[in-house]
Design a protein around this ligand. Structure first.
Ligand SMILES: *[C@@H]1O[C@H](CO)[C@@H](O)[C@H](O)[C@H]1NC(C)=O
Ligand SMILES: *[C@@H]1O[C@H](CO)[C@@H](O)[C@H](O)[C@H]1NC(C)=O
Ligand SMILES: *[C@@H]1O[C@H](CO)[C@@H](O)[C@H](O)[C@H]1NC(C)=O
Ligand SMILES: *[C@@H]1O[C@H](CO)[C@@H](O)[C@H](O)[C@H]1NC(C)=O
Ligand SMILES: *[C@@H]1O[C@H](CO)[C@@H](O)[C@H](O)[C@H]1NC(C)=O
Ligand SMILES: *[C@@H]1O[C@H](CO)[C@@H](O)[C@H](O)[C@H]1NC(C)=O
Ligand SMILES: *[C@@H]1O[C@H](CO)[C@@H](O)[C@H](O)[C@H]1NC(C)=O
Ligand SMILES: *[C@@H]1O[C@H](CO)[C@@H](O)[C@H](O)[C@H]1NC(C)=O
Ligand SMILES: *[C@@H]1O[C@H](CO)[C@@H](O)[C@H](O)[C@H]1NC(C)=O
Ligand SMILES: *[C@@H]1O[C@H](CO)[C@@H](O)[C@H](O)[C@H]1NC(C)=O
Ligand SMILES: *[C@@H]1O[C@H](CO)[C@@H](O)[C@H](O)[C@H]1NC(C)=O
Ligand SMILES: [Cu+2]
Length: 676
């Protein structure tokens, strides 16, 4: 390991142009990138669950990590200390492209997914629960949608934790496709656990914004605001949504036609909320693409430039009147991951400079990838620096691992950046942009400084609750005058997938250091609107921008969110589980089998299906010409739940079944004999 130089940048006073004001100082020097270990399943979705663990969720595919039953694992738990993975056995429904978040009681929820594939059941309506643990005793609980489910199929939903500790789930489509289209749009939102609100007793609530943002509106970005409303961005549009009254207030569009949600996948963040800025929310949205959202994937090039644009707006009347302020990143990025570091800066990693999300759709895919020219170099953004000098990649090494579609990254509790995934494929495949299992750790220079530390954090802290921590400051800065303006930061590290960091936020707490510099008195966040009740990580950050290791706590009273059993029963009654036994037929156009560099091609006899049909695809290894053992695939066209449900009123039951051939993701199931 290289150790960075201990030089510090001088304290930069907050820029006149920005509202966000954090400490202003950060450690300069070399960042260190280490590739270490593998993730067992490809990291399509992830969330930090404890100070040393991460849950990683993938999809039903031929992952090398096996469950205790010998099936290919869909999910794993990574230990950040040993860097070993443990398969999670309990996922039954296909977790492929779900949303997620933590409830007020700390339980992790993963919601939505894909129809059944391989040994999974249909995950489109599933809710999967996971109680984080440190002793490897915890596993996913998934009842395949029997009682634990959402009201309607949601593929690529937005999720955010709200002030009562429940989750609001928004949008998605009822079937997977390259892009959302009107036939499969799910222009509704709902709560988990279900609520009886605004006349909707547990069932989904229509939302016009999700019609107006077609077609590129999947994984809408949401940020919970200190006034109890929600900022939402999808496609080129933005709004403030009042969930209590079910009303939308539209905000200015993102400038220059830049689309920021899937499949044009920009990334967004709520900038630090601090007592100094009176917890005034400010949004930053970076990257994406201005490609048309009405073109079929086959008419778009993997070489189309992504956007360099970042758009920033303060969500006050004055800020909204002033509109989005734009600036340019050093390089273009789609499918980037953007999140805040404990020193108040943002980092952008992963993604590509051309193309778009998904695979096997582009006119000229690279292997299967719809994107090309990986954005190998991360960039940091200092929101407090003067405009024009906010971005920097100084001292940050470039990776040589392409992190394209289905890659992820997160800040960990200890302050390092975990980077994993990339899998622009239907099933595992090892071509130019392969299914990626290698994990990387990017250590900012602060990781190599003497770091502060503390003890005595209560497991739960209430709103405005004052508590004391015993502080150990590094000797270099260990005296009270420096301690006086130490920063205490509370962070939700979020749930990361498709460039969206659901529920992530950074709140600076009020604190003061004792005369002897040995204890620090901290006041909990003022309100559940500023930090919705649920898990968080507390960091003590020195004036120079060196954070302590983050320690986990529950904000609020640690209780479960309100559970309205009548609303849940009504939801279960009125919106039955969509009985999709539909197993999409997947034949990869080209995919190299590991080792031999051979290509497997295949075809599935029917191109459209009515009713239920079982068939064995013909799959041939083109190098040897020999047939490969292929899985039996059962396909049913119907995905309309039984009549009488609320869902039916959203979906004309007479609509023609979606033929398999029209789904652009329906390509490429791999023969089960492929191994890596
Ligand atoms: C594993 O197999 C056992 C015995 O067949 C079964 O009861 C259990 O549900 C299986 N578990 C999973 C995760 O599939
Ligand atoms: C959304 O569009 C669909 C299809 O046109 C329509 O049936 C539905 O009522 C619309 N919903 C809202 C909330 O606008
Ligand atoms: C779309 O974005 C590209 C790259 O950022 C830019 O060159 C082009 O001018 C934009 N096109 C339009 C119509 O804005
Ligand atoms: C946290 O980071 C420090 C380096 O700053 C390292 O020494 C320590 O082992 C890490 N702890 C964990 C749990 O990863
Ligand atoms: C920080 O304090 C914790 C106890 O809360 C201790 O386990 C840990 O080793 C300390 N870390 C460092 C880097 O001193
Ligand atoms: C904090 O330090 C004081 C004095 O050394 C000690 O009595 C107390 O137990 C410590 N509290 C915690 C939570 O570590
Ligand atoms: C801490 O403060 C004292 C004065 O109160 C000063 O003499 C000393 O140099 C400071 N220590 C460091 C490491 O800066
Ligand atoms: C805050 O830190 C700066 C930089 O170390 C120092 O100059 C200043 O005196 C400190 N302010 C207070 C109020 O202690
Ligand atoms: C916390 O204190 C602030 C300032 O006095 C107040 O505005 C806020 O309502 C309090 N929060 C709660 C949950 O009572
Ligand atoms: C948290 O709340 C959820 C929803 O009510 C519940 O299913 C779960 O069991 C609770 N977790 C704990 C640890 O109580
Ligand atoms: C799903 O479909 C199967 C086969 O048609 C049927 O046996 C089963 O009862 C259905 N399940 C539900 C929950 O509707
Ligand atoms: Cu996806």
């Amino acid at each position: 390991m290289r150790v960075s130089s201990p030089s510090y940048v001088s304290f930069i006073l907050a820029a006149l142009s920005g509202i966000a004001q954090v400490s202003g100082a950060f450690v300069e020097g070399d960042w260190v990138l280490t590739q270490d270990g593998t993730t067992g399943v490809s990291a399509l979705q992830l969330a930090v669950t404890t100070e040393t663990k991460i849950i990683i969720l993938d999809k039903a595919e031929h992952n090398p990590l096996l469950t205790s039953n010998g099936t290919n694992a869909m999910a794993a738990e990574l230990d950040l200390v040993t860097r070993q993975v443990r398969p999670l056995n309990g996922a039954r429904s296909n977790v492929w492209c779900a949303g997620g978040g933590f409830l007020s009681n700390g339980t992790f929820i993963n919601s939505g997914g894909n129809p059944s594939i391989l040994s999974s059941s249909n995950g489109l309506q599933a809710i999967r629960q996971f109680e984080p643990c440190d002793d490897e005793s915890c596993d996913i609980f998934d009842d395949s949608g029997a009682r634990l489910r959402v009201t309607s199929p949601r593929w690529y939903p937005g999720v955010v934790r709200i002030e009562d500790g429940s989750l609001l789930l928004m949008g998605g489509s009822v079937l997977n496709n390259f892009i959302n289209v009107i036939d499969i749009n799910n222009p509704t939102y709902e709560y988990y656990p279900p609520k009886n609100i605004n006349g909707f007793n547990g069932v989904q609530i229509p939302l016009k914004f999700l019609n107006d943002t077609m077609n590129a509106n999947l994984f809408p970005y949401m940020a919970y605001l200190p006034n109890g409303k929600i900022f939402v961005a999808a496609n080129t549009q933005t709004m403030i949504f009042d969930w209590k009254t079910n009303t939308e207030r539209r905000l200015p569009d993102i400038p220059n036609g830049v689309r920021i949600s899937y499949p044009y996948s920009g990334s967004a963040a709520l900038l630090p909320l601090t007592p100094e800025n009176n917890y005034t929310p400010e949004i930053l949205i970076c990257g994406g693409s201005n490609i048309s959202d009405t073109l079929d994937g086959g008419l778009i090039s993997s070489q189309s430039p992504a956007s360099k644009q970042c758009s920033r707006m303060v969500l006050t009347e004055e800020g909204i009147a002033g509109g989005w302020k734009i600036e340019e990143m050093p390089i273009a990025r789609t499918m980037g991951e953007m999140f805040i570091l404990p020193d108040g800066r943002l980092i952008l990693v992963n993604g590509a400079q051309t193309g778009f999300s998904g695979y096997a759709n582009a006119a000229d895919p690279v292997g299967d990838s719809n994107a090309d020219h990986p954005s190998f170099t991360p960039v940091v953004y200092n929101p407090d620096a003067p405009e024009g000098s906010r971005f920097s990649s100084e001292g940050i090494p470039s990776s040589n691992i392409a992190r394209l579609y289905h890659s992820t990254a997160t800040l960990t509790a200890n302050g390092t950046i975990f980077i994993a995934g990339s899998n622009p494929h239907e099933d595992i495949c090892f071509d130019q942009y392969p299914t990626e299992y290698r994990a990387e750790y990017l250590d900012p220079p602060y990781m190599f400084q003497p770091r502060p530390n503390f003890t005595g954090l209560p497991s739960t802290i209430g709103y405005n609750q004052t508590f004391s921590l015993n502080l150990t400051m590094p000797s270099q800065v260990g005296n009270s005058s420096n301690g006086d303006n130490v920063t205490v930061v509370l962070m939700d590290l979020g749930y990361s997938t498709h460039g969206v960091h659901q529920s992530s936020r950074y709140v600076k707490l009020v604190s003061s250091v004792s005369q002897d510099g040995k204890t620090i008195t901290v006041t909990g966040p003022p309100t559940p609107q500023i930090y919705p009740p649920g898990p968080g990580y507390l960091y003590v950050v020195t004036n120079e921008g060196v954070p302590s290791p983050g320690k986990k706590l529950l904000v609020g009273d640690g209780q479960s969110p309100p559970a309205d059993e009548a609303a849940r029963e009504n939801m279960l009654d009125r919106t039955p589980s969509a009985n999709v036994t539909f197993s999409q037929v997947r034949v990869a156009p080209t995919c190299k089998v590991s080792g031999g560099g051979e290509t497997v091609t295949g075809s599935f006899p029917p191109t459209a299906i009515t009713g239920s049909q079982t068939s064995v695809p013909t799959v041939t290894n083109s190098a040897s010409g020999s047939p490969v053992t292929a899985p039996t695939v059962t396909s049913t066209s119907s995905m309309i739940p039984s009549s009488g449900s609320t869902f039916d009123s959203l979906k004309p039951t007479s609509s023609a079944p979606t033929p398999v051939s029209s789904l652009s993701e329906s390509k490429g199931i791999q023969p089960s004999s492929i191994s890596i």
